[in-house]
Design a protein around this ligand. Structure first.
Ligand code: SF4
Length: 764
């Protein structure tokens, strides 16, 4: 605690930090690892993290340097993720005999996670109060029985989380498609789906187009709706490298996050005892959902300067590679500065400062995360960022391009492997040709559609390969009811979470090996692969003995389930389980870019996937060119007395996994039930710092027009007027299933109209 801390009930609020990482991060990492894993075992483990012959970080998807790694190739959050997985604590059948489901439902996300590794398969029979141990054969036979008795394969849905390796994901989708459905929702539906949709329409590639080298050699980096200091910490090292090469950094976000202010690199003397490196050159406190008007203002400024003779636009690039420029230009000239200022919350002068930086750069990159992808108009956000880059020819050349930054280690790879409810015909044709069965062609359910289908009785079995489905989704009330109407829900997991408590009529927990653990199969110790945010495929080798001899790898679980569910199948599930190289041979035949997969990873350990935009400046869109798109500014009406709220994650959290109740950089200690509000809004609303409130969200066109979460402490914070922020997943229930992004169906977690009310009773 710093000496100026304010104590409010069970929350202590200290000053917002103006730097990230440094010695504090190192100490926090080692303290965490020592406490959970032990100092010697923990240090040995960290030495293998993100090394070429070590294991890939189970945290975010930030890339490692190609073929050259330092001894400490990880961040505080990567260390926490590893410690969390390698913990010595165990949640055994004895634990579940002691704690009923009702008892466990009273516990927090953090408490559940703290109980340690799940070590044996567990079964919750219909109407039972406790999970009980069950054998693997019984558990998998039960699932197979439930699947085969369905009237249609489409009555089952198969969810995937972003931890799943390429090998497990490929085998899983192969099983699911031979079973007969494309119901393959995944966590990507809830995070970067908007990026995939927006980029595919605009440039014909649904992924980023830059490498780590590009980022470190660009001249300007625009970072939208992203908090890398907490969610992708090693990105700060790359930003520091870019700064040292002379790059300018612009941060566009309603919150001025510590990580983009100053970075104290713990691997440098200056980062340990010095002031560190100032990262951002310009901070723009855009209003929540003010990105479209900001981007229009930025593009307008560039076009107007060019019209005034400044030669700002890359006219040759636009003429040769782009489509729709005339209409786009007219739209930018038509939009008025007062409208831009009103809806973005930024002044023309601030936007002009961003334009100044763009004009001095010949190589510009846009990075973004969920601050851009989880709005109703998220796809428009992505397309306008891309159009901004196209104006100056910043695609298909070194040091320039688009960089969506993914939050889970293999979320991008899982999609590449075919985990998608809307697979392309090309992918399905290749799968059919390679494995010789009639693949289903009808599109399946995404995550939101799966919840709706479960609620309507159209999906009766939910199988989740990792993740925390119940807690990650919006509208916990509806999700809970939807899950309860399933005949069977199955969670493949490493740790206990709320999805094991809000289940179908009966439920199974299947305990899986973690990324850190040795995966021994009949042919020997197995290697798996993942794809990072920048399209590099790399190997991961588990290093420590499994938490229990009863754990199975995700590949083994899928293969054994496939063999039991599809006894007539001609596919050699058991052989692939015995030797993952056979799975990679299949991937090499089906998915372009993976040719000689085994040979390449054996020789190099990693390789870059092809990217038509980056490699050839080729745009595989409907027009054959990069598309400019015209969009109106559609701002969300916020009635008087209301605020627009976004959900955020804390520094001590990885997706739904909560490590502690602290958020060090934002100065919050001891509780996650806080809501950040501007001081002037507090005054206008006659509320005070520290007051306890209930949050109501408002949905005038819905059957349930007001939704409530109770018991939050008001924290006066540096956030634009009219805006508020509160933690995910505690506030997810404020968001109905219908509040999603157009086209991508991603939940709009970051555009919630709320009002604040004096606390009525106990917390939810
Ligand atoms: S930046 Fe992401 S991938 Fe890298 S060590 Fe940290 S959490 Fe892991």
């Amino acid at each position: 605690m710093t000496k100026n801390a304010i104590h409010i009930k069970n929350v202590q609020v200290t000053e917002q930090k103006d730097w990230a990482a440094g010695v504090t991060a190192v100490m926090s990492a080692y303290k965490n690892v020592s406490a959970k894993v032990g100092p010697i075992r923990g240090t040995k483990l960290l030495a293998q993290l993100n090394q070429i012959d070590g294991f890939d970080c189970p945290g975010c998807a930030w890339p490692d340097p190609l073929l050259k790694r330092s001894t400490f190739e990880f961040c505080e959050n990567g260390a926490k993720a590893v410690a969390d997985e390698a913990t010595l604590k165990r949640a055994t059948a004895k634990f579940f005999a002691k704690h009923s489901i009702d008892d466990l439902k009273q516990k927090s996300d953090r408490w559940l996670n703290d109980q340690g590794r799940l070590v044996e398969p567990l079964y919750l029979t219909e109407g039972a109060s406790h999970y009980q141990a069950i054998s693997w054969l019984e558990a998998l036979s039960l699932i197979a029985e439930n699947l085969t008795k369905l009237d249609s394969p489409n009555q089952a849905a198969f969810y995937t989380s972003g931890r799943t390796s390429n090998e497990a994901a490929f085998l899983y989708q192969l099983f699911v498609r031979q079973f007969g459905t494309n119901n393959l929702p995944d966590c990507s539906n809830m995070c970067h789906e908007s990026s995939g949709v927006g980029l595919t329409e605009t440039i014909g590639v649904g992924k980023g187009t830059v490498s780590l080298h590009d980022l470190e050699h660009s001249e300007a980096i625009f970072i939208f709706g992203q908090n890398p200091g907490s969610n992708h910490p090693r990105m700060l090292t790359s930003l520091q490298a870019a700064k040292r090469q002379g790059a300018k950094i612009v941060a566009i976000n309603p919150l001025d996050e510590a990580g983009l202010k100053r970075f104290k690199n713990p691997q440098e003397v200056g980062g340990v005892i010095g002031a560190g490196t100032v990262l951002r050159d310009l901070y723009l406190p855009v209003k929540i959902n003010g990105d479209v008007p900001f981007l229009k203002g930025l593009c307008k400024a560039l076009i107007e300067r060019d019209d005034a003779g400044q030669d700002v636009l890359d006219k040759e690039f636009i003429a040769e590679y782009c489509h729709g420029f005339a209409a786009f230009k007219q739209d930018m000239l038509d939009v008025s500065w007062p409208d831009i200022e009103l809806h973005s919350g930024l002044t023309q002068s601030q936007i002009n400062q961003a334009a100044d930086i763009a004009c001095t750069s010949k190589k510009t990159i846009c990075c973004w995360a969920m601050g851009m992808t989880q709005h109703k108009n998220a796809v428009v956000n992505i397309q306008l960022m891309t159009n901004f880059l196209m104006l100056q020819g910043n695609l298909g050349k070194p040091g320039a391009g688009v960089c969506p930054v993914r939050g889970h280690s293999n979320v991008q790879g899982d999609r590449t492997m075919g985990i998608w409810e809307k697979p392309s015909a090309t992918f399905l044709d290749a799968l059919q040709q390679t494995y010789d069965f009639d693949v289903p062609r009808e599109h399946g359910y995404d995550t939101i559609e799966t919840i709706q289908a479960m609620a309507q009785g159209q999906v009766k079995v939910l199988f989740a390969l990792g993740g925390n489905f119940y807690r990650a989704t919006p509208d916990h009330t509806a999700t809970k009811q939807a899950l309860a109407s399933c005949e069977l829900t199955v969670q493949v997991s490493t740790k206990l979470n709320q999805s094991h408590l809000y289940t179908g009529k009966s439920a199974l927990i299947l305990p899986a090996l973690g990324r850190t653990e040795i995966d021994q199969q009949l042919s020997g110790i197995q290697t798996v692969t993942v794809e990072n945010s920048m399209g590099v495929v790399q190997t991961s080798h588990g290093k420590i003995p499994p938490a229990s001899h009863l754990l199975k790898s995700e590949v083994a679980i899928v293969a054994d389930l496939a063999a039991l569910t599809l006894p007539e199948s001609h596919i050699s599930w058991q052989q692939m389980k015995n030797d993952y190289r056979l799975i990679r041979d299949g991937i090499a035949q089906v998915i372009p870019g993976f040719e000689n997969f085994n040979q390449r990873i054996e020789e190099l350990g990693e390789f870059e996937l092809p990217n038509a935009v980056r490699d050839e400046c080729k745009f595989m869109t409907s027009s054959g060119k990069a598309n400019f798109v015209v969009h109106d500014i559609e701002s969300i009406p916020v009635p008087e007395g209301c605020l627009l709220m976004m959900t955020i994650r804390s520094h001590d959290q990885f997706n739904t996994t909560v490590y502690t109740n602290n958020d060090r950089y934002r100065g919050i200690h001891g509780s996650r039930r806080v809501i950040f509000v501007n001081v002037d809004d507090l005054e206008d609303l006659s509320l005070q710092m520290g007051q306890q409130v209930d949050i109501h969200s408002h949905w005038p066109n819905e059957k349930i027009q007001t939704r409530t979460v109770k018991g939050f402490t008001l924290v006066q914070y540096d956030i634009p007027r009219g805006c508020a922020a509160a933690y995910y997943p505690e506030t997810n229930d404020l968001i109905p299933l219908s509040s999603v992004a157009d086209k991508s169906n991603t939940p709009a977690y970051k555009s919630v109209v709320i009002s604040l009310h004096k606390k009525t009773d106990k917390e939810d």
